[in-house]
Design a protein around this ligand. Sequence first.
Ligand code: PMV
Length: 318
Amino acid sequence: MQHTAPAKIILFGEHAVVYGQPAIAVPFNTLQATATATVAPSGSGLSIHARDLNQVLQVQSVAETLDHALAYAAQLTLRQLNAPIPDLTIELWSSIPFASGFGSGAATATALIRALSHALGQPLDKEVLNGLVYEVEKMHHGTPSGIDNTVIVMNAPVYFVRGQQPQPFGVGQPLTFVIANTGVAASTKETVSAVRGLVEQAHAVYGALIDQIGQLVHEAKNHIEKGYLIGIGHLMNLNHQFLNALTVSSPLLDDLVHAAMKAGALGAKLSGGGRGGNMIALVDPADAERVAAALRSAGAAHTWVMTVAATQPAPSLQ
Ligand code: PMV
């Protein structure tokens, strides 16, 4: 049986979310991580075949933490279930680009833990799974807010505040996005630490900026619930400018935002850690292909079109 987990995109509030402000993220199901577990001959132990990394990992100990996120994910699962090393082979593959703001690390860990816990006959509930993937995220990012693992495990739009239960919300009108990958890998750990440097050096200025992003996200949630697309688009542009002021945009990301707006998008912004990775543009569905073509001409390595379905009232996250 295949176990999957989607990619994600952040619609509003990245970086500010690290400081306790809200952020909004949605799953991006076109890109997926997939894992299967098959029984291996007795005595062969637990191996993970990470096809995209071209790596085979052997998990030999439950107690001694391994310095590899996927092996660590397996160890955390075994510790949670109080299980010894099983005789299993886990195959893992993913269509999610690495280091691109799509949550590749959280998605591969989620698929792997799902496959392993099912194979052991003890599937984990979402809350426990989310907690384990968060621990794995710490290995990737240092001080993650927890938004990536939460939206990926819940597989639903979330309004997220660090340390709190995620809130579901309704979507008043379908939201169509063009998503563009810059093709530039960027380290979220580095951008998060650059922002931290600014906040520590000039707290009055950058702390205020982060608070303003939080207010904007709150307003964006209202607009999304009401289906006020023009308002959502304006707030995306504003959020991009704030992220630019936090130094996490890049010339290519700015070019892509301008190209999307020129081609008729309702709003556009970088999404995720920034300085590379991906950007998103809100569009009228009739304009999606034109905006996607403009983004590719402006240097995007790849584009996708995705629609977040309207849901009223808010779906349950269970
Ligand atoms: O994993 P990324 O690149 O989508 O970034 C996650 C969002 C940040 O706010 C930049 C970091 C975090 O931990 O929330």
